[in-house]
Design a protein around this ligand. Sequence first.
Ligand SMILES: *Cc1c(COP(=O)(O)O)cnc(C)c1O
Length: 391
Amino acid sequence: MAYTEDRDYWFEGQGLWQHVPPDYWNDWGWQLKNRITSVEQLEQYMTLTDAERRGCEHANHKLALAITPYFFNLIDRDDPDCPIRRQVIPREEEMFVAPEEMLDSLGEDAHSPVPGIVHRYPDRVLFLVTDRCAAYCRYCTRSRLVSNAQDYNFHPEYEQGLRYIESHPEVRDVLLSGGDPLLLGDRKLDHLLSRLRAIKHVEFIRIGSRIPVFLPQRITPELCEIFRRHGPIWMSIHVNHPRECTAALRDACERLAFAGVPLGNQSVLLRGVNDDAEVMRALVHRLLRMRVRPYYLYACDLITGSAHFRADVRKGIEIMQSLRGHTTGYAVPQFVIDAPGGGGKVPINPDYVEKVTDTEIVFRNFEGRVFSYPLVPGKSVPAEAQPAFRP
Ligand SMILES: *Cc1c(COP(=O)(O)O)cnc(C)c1O
């Protein structure tokens, strides 16, 4: 996966859809209506591999196929290993189930007091407000319910969810997710946000969304005005590869930032997509240029049919080591494993600590040089006793 970045290339334009009037192209309703949702449509635009064609045949029983024209343009149709292609075009490997895999690998259903609410941590809840997305990531952690391909029949229960939050004063943080909350219309979002804002103990509202990446046209001035009015609203977007950082995404992030929405990014470490230090470095640098702070890098959840996506966790640690100290601290996300079965997110870090004695902690810096720091005031190790440089 040799990756050479063209640092000033931000994809622009309508690609394969040159014939479409810009007013249509820039309309999010048009983008949704014209999504690619079948193998026949896909084959109008590209040659699928056999594994992809077989994957598409099964997709309707696992997780629907849908790709916006905007995002489809980012696929390199001549490269079967294209990192954008891997994320959204089904492959037959999706139908293989490894023994460690689960339908609900984070145990969300078991932590759900009312439909749509996942209450795992003491002071915050996840509020699932829809089961639809603009496009479907093939490694989706909620494929059991998202797109309803598995007949889960998720019905978002706003009133029940809101009542749960209202009656739990310990909930100071509400994370709207789904599905993608930004697929809701402006009126619905406005209503939901004002209801949440009216709850005295809710201090912090955030939205998890891949819409800026799949459908930047949705980030309209009207939507930004809703966020500004109900702000502060924080947002986590989901970018995995530097090629997703287009001019349209950059502009959408600018509109959000100018409306006062602090932006973070959550990436999933995916084999053949971003399990590479150079790719990840290019990604985090591009994110900062778009005013987006890398937040989490997730090990891929043990979701059914994800084996071909899961990268070696040791590779993730190595990538973290290649970032910390070597580049801007703001560019470095926290690598986490969301504990299988439902233990929450656990930080997985390179080990910088060499040893801890009664008097000192001994550790290495990003270059591998060894240092120590006293544990007890007044009992510090004299400077001349500091271990010498060890490569
Ligand atoms: C990820 C997640 C959160 C938010 O976790 P933070 O570490 O605060 O970003 C909250 N609830 C659930 C169930 C989650 O999976």
